[in-house]
Design a protein around this ligand. Structure first.
Ligand SMILES: NC(=O)c1ccc[n+]([C@@H]2O[C@H](COP(=O)([O-])OP(=O)(O)OC[C@H]3O[C@@H](n4cnc5c(N)ncnc54)[C@H](O)[C@@H]3O)[C@@H](O)[C@H]2O)c1
Length: 286
């Protein structure tokens, strides 16, 4: 059976999984959103419903458009439902062992011509590709957070990936109204390799007490015209995800500046993960 280019699979129901599903459904694709449990798939769907309600309230979408978008997102807990998708994007936790398991399942059930993509921020896409029976049809499709708002998508291209896969991935990204940038499979790609030393150094400053968290952010917003300060950005990314990204970069480049600052690691150990846990450098309690 061949795959259906109008159907997109999303594996993972965290911050990025929900965002990716909304972006693809907004572009008119049928989306199959796979969670580990029905509850996690339902929670991600609820985020999309909340987003639709907000867009209707702001008159960015009619109620009919919002309702139609929601009908294009199907929830599941079964890999088999992803079998016929043209592209499946894996967006589970930033951990190679977990991603490898997900890719093994996808490789087993998906149609021979389905593209298996990863939304990883830093992990080696080549390693995921060569572990499958279809290395030519694996690439990174790296969206940014929040996926609904951010325009850039990095298409990460291992040496083993075919040009046809790159073209199909780039066409999908363009259909989603985003701008694709082609990048080699090097840790951190373009954006995170440049961004994370800056974020890590902002934590170092907070740790040293150079200024308060609020003032560090205010300084970079006012002094460099950043739309958001580095510590608020870390809270948005998720501090656990940030620690994983920094760890991979530190290993890849043997560069001490990438080693997660102890304060960051300590905050993760204390369950302070940023917005998703309600507490990070700033408080998000209601
Ligand atoms: N947060 C960001 O700013 C951002 C931006 C771009 C890309 N990414 C990447 O997107 C991916 C997901 O990140 P996120 O921010 O959505 O994380 P998250 O913590 O919000 O969600 C992680 C998801 O992984 C699932 N998961 C965890 N362990 C699993 C397992 N053993 N098997 C199957 N699923 C499992 C969780 O249930 C959850 O759905 C990561 O690779 C991350 O690097 C994140």
């Amino acid at each position: 059976m061949g795959s259906n280019e109008h159907e997109i699979g999303v594996v993972g129901t965290g911050i990025m999984g929900a965002g990716l599903a909304e972006v693809a459904a907004a572009a008119g694709f049928s989306v199959i959103l796979k969670g580990r449990s029905q509850a996690s798939a339902d929670a991600a769907f609820a985020i999309i419903e909340w987003s639709m309600a907000r867009q209707v309230k702001k008159e960015k979408r009619t109620p009919e458009e919002a309702a139609a978008l929601l009908t294009r997102v199907r929830r599941t807990t079964s890999y088999h439902e992803l079998a016929g998708a043209g592209i499946v994007i894996e967006s589970v936790a930033e951990n190679m062992d977990i991603k490898r398991e997900v890719f093994a399942e996808l490789d087993r059930v998906c149609a021979a011509d389905t593209i298996l993509a990863t939304n990883t921020s830093t992990l080696p896409v080549t390693e995921l590709a060569i572990a499958t029976s279809r290395p030519g049809q694996v690439c990174g499709i790296h969206f940014f957070n929040p996926a609904t708002l951010m325009e850039l998508v990095e298409i990460v291209v291992p040496d083993v990936t075919t040009e046809n896969t790159v073209a199909r991935a780039a066409a999908f990204v363009s259909d989603c109204g985003k701008t694709p940038v082609r990048v080699k499979d090097v840790a951190g790609f373009v954006v995170n390799a440049l961004l994370f030393p800056y974020l890590n150094n902002a934590v170092r400053m907070a740790e040293a007490g150079t200024a308060t968290a609020a003032d560090i952010d205010l300084a970079m917003q006012g002094g460099c015209n950043m739309p958001m300060g580095p510590l608020a950005l870390l809270d948005l990314i998720g501090l656990d995800t940030a620690v994983s990204i920094l760890g991979t970069l530190a290993k890849a480049f043997a560069e001490p500046n990438y080693e997660p600052v102890p304060l960051l690691t300590k905050m993760v150990e204390n369950g302070h993960l940023g917005r998703k846990s309600g507490q990070g450098f700033f408080n998000y309690g209601d």
